[in-house]
Structures are given as C-alpha cells and as structure tokens.
Design a protein around this ligand. Structure first.
Ligand SMILES: NC(=O)c1ccc[n+]([C@@H]2O[C@H](COP(=O)([O-])OP(=O)(O)OC[C@H]3O[C@@H](n4cnc5c(N)ncnc54)[C@H](O)[C@@H]3O)[C@@H](O)[C@H]2O)c1
Length: 303
C-alpha cells in the first residue's frame, strides 16, 4: 500500500514515519523546500523512537517529493497536514481530488474543522475522511476517525483498519462536532485550568502538579466514563449537583491568555509563555518528556 503526507511541519513527519512503520510506502510533500529538507533530516530520530515501541513487521519506503502531482500519483491513502485554515485546506483538497487516483482515500488531520466543510471543495466527497492524530504522532497511538456528511462508510472502515494495522488505536467519532472528541475534552480541561489560575485559586506550578500526579496519572489508566463507575454515579450526582454550576463556562478567550498572546509570549516557541525557558532547558525538557511518554505508553501496552 502507498501513502502520501501533504504538509510536513509539526505533525506530518511523525505521521509519515508511523504509517511507514505500518508497512506503507510513504511520500512526503510540502510547499516549502526547507520544511521538506528538515523532515528528511529529522526522520532518523523519529524512526529511532518507533524502534523502541514496536518491532517493525516490514517497514515501507520513505521518499520526499516537491511536486504535488508526483507525490500523490500512486497513493492509495493521502493525509493532509497543512495549517488549520479552512480556505487553505479546501484549496489543497480540491487539488488532491484532481490529482489522486479515484480510488484513493483523502484524509485530513484537522484539529476540528468539520469534514463536511472540506467535502464542499471536492467532486468525489465520499472519499474524504477525518484522521486526527495527537501530538507527537509517532508516540501517541490514539487516532480519531471522523466521517463527514458524505463520507462512504467503507472509507471510514478502511481508515479504521489502516490505523489498527499500524499498531495504533482508532477512535470512531459517530457525530461530527467542532473539535471532535479529543480536543473538546482537552479544551474543557484547559478552560477550567486557566480559570483557576486567573482567579488566583492556585499557581500554574501547583495546578500542573495536581493534574499530573492526580488526575493525569489516573486518567491514563481509567477513562472518564470508567471513572464514573469507580467513583459511583450517586457520588457524581451529588457533587455535580452543586459543582457544575460553579465551573467556568465562559465562551471567550481568557484575558490571562489574550494578554500573553498580545505580548507575543507564545510559550516554548518564544522562550516564554506561562513559564520561562532557556534554550538549554528547552532541549532537556523535550527529551525528558519524550522519554517519559514513551515509557508510559510501553507500560500501558504491557511491554
Ligand atoms: N501541532 C499539533 O499539535 C497538532 C495536533 C493535532 C492536529 N494538528 C493539525 O494538523 C495540521 C497541521 O498542523 P501542524 O502543527 O503540523 O502545522 P505546521 O504549521 O507545523 O505545518 C504545516 C506544514 O504545511 C506546509 N504547507 C502550507 N501550505 C501547504 C500546501 N498548500 N501544501 C503543502 N504543504 C503546505 C507548511 O510549509 C508546513 O510545513 C493542522 O490542521 C493542525 O490543526 C496539529
């Protein structure tokens, strides 16, 4: 089977490396020659991480292409990972629909744009499907598979099977809602976290400690719906009865974040966000977190 990844920034290279490890011959394409070169340079380190997770059955080949038509010409499966802008993605999908073989599946790694909006741009709507990976895609095995209004159920099933064949965990999203499931859960947590810090209830450091060593650790093993049964639905009903009304339910971006964005304090990429980072600290932090994520995944997989 042959695949192509369109857009190799943060997500594309890890997606390509993982699908190749699942046996697909992968072609990587980007409008930026520099991004394509960077993806090629970074590929060995991604593959090294994948070596630790799973013994490869038979890895597919990886190649790099600066011409879109050549990149997708032979692909059975194309995944788009260009920036999250509707008009850009629609333009890319219109081109893919024109250039890819009629039988090829066209998937999007959109974080939350409804797949039906992407289908508006293509003639063959039934082959467009959502395939939402979590960052870093070569470490986090969960992939949401989302049907748009016009997606053929056979395309959903083939995508789900491809995810499973690559040793990953497919989550089928039955109804298309903005943000799908992963990001709705994440943004619910982030809204309350920022609100607690903004109100001065807790410092960022103490909040992160609370989440990582309490909820985070537990939720990696016991999902929220399972946790309801563990706690007891009667207990949940009693607490939710007074607590839900007190949780943050604002619909705007909190001032705490908006002010930092205004001042261009974006986080790790600018050296300062909620916390401050020196270049040395950045490298060490990234390496430490990658190693810990890998260790947790291995533990959860039982090896
Ligand atoms: N970064 C994340 O944590 C994350 C997680 C899950 C999903 N996503 C989603 O994945 C997609 C990609 O995100 P990212 O963070 O990798 O973006 P990114 O900005 O890091 O990379 C996007 C790449 O697309 C390239 N590109 C731009 N226009 C193009 C075109 N017309 N054709 C081909 N390539 C083009 C850019 O040169 C760049 O290399 C987005 O839809 C995003 O919402 C991101």
């Amino acid at each position: 089977m042959k695949g192509a990844v369109i857009g190799v920034g943060t997500m594309g290279p890890g997606i390509a490396a993982t699908l190749s490890r699942g046996g697909l011959d992968m072609v990587l394409y980007d409008v930026s020659a520099e991004q394509l070169r960077k993806a090629e340079a970074d590929m060995p380190s991604l593959q090294k991480v994948l070596d630790e997770i799973k013994v490869a059955a038979s890895s597919g080949k990886i190649s790099y292409e600066s011409d879109l038509a050549r990149a997708v010409r032979e692909a059975d499966f194309v995944i788009e990972a260009v920036p999250e802008r509707l008009e850009l993605k629609q333009r890319v999908f219109a081109e893919l629909d024109r250039l890819a073989r009629p039988a090829a599946i066209l998937a999007s790694n959109t974080s939350g744009i409804p797949i039906t909006r992407l289908q508006e741009a293509v003639a063959c709507k039934s082959r467009v499907v959502g395939m939402h990976w979590s960052n870093p895609p070569h470490v986090i095995p969960m992939v949401e598979v989302i049907a748009g209004e016009h997606t053929d159920p056979g395309v959903v099933e083939r995508t789900r099977r491809l995810v499973a064949d690559c040793g990953l965990i497919a989550v089928l999203v039955d109804k298309e809602v903005p943000g799908f499931v992963h990001n709705r859960l994440l943004y619910a947590v982030l809204r309350e976290a920022v609100s607690l810090v903004e109100k001065g209830v807790v410092s960022p450091e103490e909040l992160d400690k609370c989440f990582k060593w309490g909820l985070g650790l537990k939720l990696a093993v016991i999902g929220p719906m399972e946790l309801l049964d563990v706690a007891g639905l009667d207990v949940y009903a009693a607490v939710a009865g007074y607590l839900n009304a007190d949780l943050d339910n604002s619909t705007r971006v909190p001032d705490y974040i908006a002010e930092k964005v205004q001042a261009k304090r974006f986080g790790m990429k600018t050296g300062e966000g909620i916390y401050q980072y020196t270049p040395q600290k950045l490298g060490a932090l990234r390496a430490e977190r990658a190693a810990k994520l890998l260790a947790v995944r291995k533990t959860l997989e039982g090896h």
